[in-house]
Design a protein around this ligand. Structure first.
Ligand code: ADP
Ligand code: ZN
Ligand code: ZN
Length: 735
């Protein structure tokens, strides 16, 4: 027999099937094998088995070893691989790598085995005095202990805590105690225990949504529910129904909103049948949770983006919560959109798809309008709690009145009240560090990264200037390196400085900060949330990390310090992003019994988006936005394709860009009606990590899959060494 193998080496010229002779080995489709490749031995995925090979016998090498006891790639995943390679022009090996935990490759993670001891059947019912000397007290104790306390046996590591190791050794050597290796499953977040699952009575709207979804098959839904409308409850009911039909479920959430709260809810409701797939898991935990899916022990997967590839069989439902979140689009190779993969999988399984959000992306909402998705709405918060009142504060006026602080008078007053009443507040600023840049007042010098075309951010606690793109650190500047002036000015305020201002203004109330800097270590994220949840601190300052999912009953005030940050980006989605982010953050306020208040600070109070945010009028916002998109021919009325080219050699990269551009021009001449826009330019971030970056932007008419495919092909054709180039469809970032 011959095995068709994709070797685990990422290079386009190798990304094809190689035949290997199975020899005496029982190789099956879906396992990994060791095979000779060139002068190396490498791992490979067996994607097929056949009786004959077209290659001459002396050219065929033998499979060295089988690496998996059972297939680890299912038939469904093989078909998904075919879809992804043909549609997105990805390499097979890149796609296969997505399907398994990274650390499995190269055998960097293994099953966890432990020694386990139990009394031998032959001795269990006998009088120990027959075979243990009277004086060997420890042996008697051990025998007694295993007989009465641990009839099922016990881990050796636990046993040696209570009895003598030499007694155990002695009994084991004589066969009275049997020691075997057993496999242990690592349980992530084992400290999160299920609490008593309280059954809630669904609101009418929730019940209607659950009913519609559970009675459908092979349908896609958009669940549009305002913040605090109980979407999670709807999801959990749908999953329950799916399990009752002996089918399985995947629920995806953005990485940062996979909070202990959500985990506890799922553990409480679904017990051991839940597997969690999350980047914060250790390699071992991830491996075990993934195997739980493959073995069928897990019926529900809760995870971030990559959990869409969880190897569950017989899927009944995929849920994508906060579907508008940009983390669902992979922005590194292999690039894919989670919703597209989910759509493929539900189609394959005849399952339902549910996209949920309080602020659906304009494109998704449009899909519901054209009946691609069925729209379900939750218009009110559970228990009829009101949405928080949103006050839009004109920051220009604050300055005119002599207030240069990042806090408006109104927000300060609200903070004061909130704290006095013993409540909590969340303050949102999407800029971390202490100051966004440092500039010389005398000559205008701005500290920049040596490797990237960006200014450095001042981090006061570490007393460093940091590059947020490559992570390089620089020492702080006492004097200007250009002119020697000691007068340095700090740029926009970041989260670190906000904390400092608050600590000075409200001594003793406790201020927590949640951003990329404070959540780097494992468990730090959960710890901050737990501290805030236990009311150790009354104030939480954070970047968009605090925007999602959190449900803190005592938060009555939300302050949005600089709502305009996303508004002025050169991106057709900047207004949409602003609407989403501010609405999500605002939604953290007043979720329980007390009324919530939001203070939204802006320098552009007249901008239409804030009117819709203030009144919570998603539909109004959508209508305005969709009209604009239709007139300007942006998605969903076109598809954007971006070709990125970068390299340390500017000239070489430009050459590649030019080649690609010229071929796309030719394609455009052949299909003029399909091209709405085509241009090349330097990327807004001209250089990152010593690489010069440039791009081609294309907008093509809808239904231009052929043109999109051709552009992918052109980019692949024009690859040269030392220059990175790739194409992506509707990228989340255009910077
Ligand atoms: P969303 O995700 O829509 O913002 P959540 O799912 O977080 O809202 O729900 C908000 C809160 O309401 C949660 O504490 C949840 O337990 C509670 N909840 C949800 N549905 C009900 C219900 N039918 N009755 C009572 N409480 C509910
Ligand atoms: Zn200077
Ligand atoms: Zn840098």
């Amino acid at each position: 027999m011959f095995a068709e193998v994709i070797v685990d080496i990422a290079a386009s010229e190798i990304d094809r099937i190689f035949d290997y002779d199975c020899g005496d080995l029982d190789v099956t489709r879906g396992v990994r094998v060791n095979v000779p490749f060139g002068r190396l031995v490498t791992e490979g995925f067996v994607i097929g088995i056949k009786e004959t090979s077209a290659l001459p016998k002396d050219k065929i090498k033998k499979v060295i070893k089988i690496l998996d006891k059972q297939p680890i790639i299912t038939d469904e995943m093989f078909e998904l691989m075919d879809y992804m390679t043909s549609r997105l022009r990805l390499m097979k090996v890149d796609v296969l790598r997505l399907f398994i935990p990274a650390a499995m490759r190269g055998g960097r993670v293994r099953e966890l085995t432990r020694q386990f001891a139990y009394l031998s059947e032959d001795y269990r019912d006998r009088d120990p005095n027959e075979f243990i000397r009277k004086s060997a007290l420890a042996q008697h104790e051990l025998f007694e202990y295993l007989l009465t306390e641990k009839p099922e046996g016990e881990l050796v590591s636990e046993l040696t805590k209570v009895t003598s190791a030499s007694a155990l050794k002695n009994l084991a050597e004589r066969g009275i105690v049997v020691i075997t290796d057993t496999e242990l499953m690592r349980l992530p977040y084992s400290d999160i225990k299920p609490d008593k699952s309280k059954k809630v009575i669904l609101t009418e709207e929730q019940a209607h949504a659950v009913n519609a979804i559970t009675h459908a098959s092979g349908q896609s839904f958009l669940l549009h529910g305002v913040t605090g409308s109980g979407k999670t409850e709807v999801y959990m009911h749908c999953i329950e129904e799916t399990l009752k039909q002996s089918r399985t479920a995947i629920m995806l959430v953005p990485e940062i909103s996979l909070t202990p709260q959500v985990l506890r809810n799922f553990r409480s409701r679904f017990g051991d049948s839940v597997a969690i797939l999350h980047s914060a898991l250790s390699h071992g935990e991830k491996f075990d949770e993934w195997r739980k899916c493959l073995s069928g022990d897990a019926k529900v997967v809760l995870g971030a983006r990559s959990a869409v590839f969880a190897p569950l069989e017989n899927l009944g439902i995929i849920i994508i919560d906060e579907e508008h979140d940009s983390s669902y689009v992979s922005d590194r190779n292999p690039r894919y959109s989670t919703a597209e993969i989910a759509e493929w999988r539900v189609k394959y399984n005849g399952a339902n798809l549910v996209l949920g959000s309080a602020t659906p992306s304009v494109e998704t909402y449009y899909s519901s309008k054209i009946c691609k998705y069925r729209l379900l709405e939750l218009t009110g918060r559970v228990n009829k709690r009101p949405l928080p009142e949103i006050e839009v504060v004109n920051m220009c006026r604050e300055i005119a009145h002599g207030n240069n602080s990042i806090f408006s008078t109104s927000l300060m007053r609200e903070l004061d009240d909130c704290i006095k009443n013993g409540n909590q507040a969340m303050l949102f600023l999407n800029r971390r560090g202490y100051a966004s840049f440092v500039m010389c007042k005398a000559c205008g010098y701005v500290a920049k990264c040596e490797r990237c075309d960006v200014s450095l951010v001042y981090h006061r606690e570490e007393s460093r200037l940091k590059c947020h793109y490559c992570g390089n650190m620089y020492s702080t500047l006492d004097v200007c390196p250009q002119c020697g002036s000691p007068f340095m000015k700090e740029g926009y305020i970041g989260t670190e400085k906000v904390v400092r201002i608050l600590e000075e203004a409200f001594p003793g109330v406790g201020v927590l900060r949640m951003d990329n800097d404070t959540t780097r270590s494992k468990g730090a994220h959960a710890k901050i949330l737990a501290e805030f949840g236990s009311k150790k601190a009354q104030l939480l300052v954070g970047t968009q990390m605090i925007a999602k999912g959190h449900d803190f009953p005592d938060v009555t005030l939300v302050g949005i310090l600089d709502a305009d940050m996303s508004l002025h980006m050169a991106d057709y989605r900047s207004v949409e992003r602003t609407y989403q982010l501010t609405t999500q953050v605002a939604g953290r306020a007043g979720r329980a019994l007390q009324k919530g208040k939001v203070v939204l600070q802006t320098y552009a109070p007249q901008h239409y988006v804030y009117n819709y945010v203030r009144t919570g009028d998603y539909k109004g916002f959508y209508e305005k936005e969709i009209n604009l998109r239709e007139v300007t021919k942006y998605p969903p009325f076109s598809t954007i394709m971006r070709v990125m080219v970068s390299g340390t050699d500017d000239g070489k990269a430009s050459e590649v860009l030019k080649n690609i551009y010229e071929r796309i021009i030719k394609l455009k001449d052949e299909n003029p009606e399909k091209f709405l826009y085509l241009a090349y330019m330097r990327a807004p971030l001209k250089k990152i990590m010593d690489e010069y970056r440039m791009k081609i932007l294309v907008r093509v008419a809808v239904n231009s899959d052929d043109v999109i495919g051709s552009i992918y092909d052109i980019v692949n054709d024009c690859k040269v060494s030392k220059v990175t180039s790739y194409a992506e469809v509707n990228p989340v970032k255009l910077s």
